[in-house]
Design a protein around this ligand. Sequence first.
Ligand code: CMP
Length: 148
Amino acid sequence: MSNAEVVNPAQLAKVSKLFEMLDDPGRLRLLQGGEQRRHSAGSVICREGEKGDEFYVVISGRLKVQADDFGNAKDIAALGPGAFFGEMAVVGNQPRSATVTVEQDAELLAFGRAIVEEILRDYPTVRTALGKIGVKRAEDLMQKLSGS
Ligand code: CMP
């Protein structure tokens, strides 16, 4: 079964800013290029400092974003349905800025670099928006770390 059958693109557009930014053909293309995965609580999806080639959209569940603060894991953000993460490494070609762990059993859509690049090439406004969100998140992360 393809992702387009498992996850309804119109539904995703209502809950996910990323999908909202695309038109119908773009949503379908992105969705078909993704892989739906289930993860149980405790699973680490990406680790701070590591190389990252995947980008994720949360379908269900809850995840926490943490960053190293002089040897302690500091909570930076919580991500729920519709949120996306992993854009900073994939779009910005940089190591993972934070560790993302599943807090409540989660269903994710995972996208490889190739499909993300393809969509960003064809939807420059999405590239700009993702870049801005990445900058905001990086600032927020630094603020939370330096504020300890
Ligand atoms: P990336 O650096 O690829 O991997 C870790 C991800 O955590 C990062 O992309 C963002 O998607 C996410 N992230 C980092 N900082 C924040 C933040 N301040 N708020 C929400 N998500 C964040």
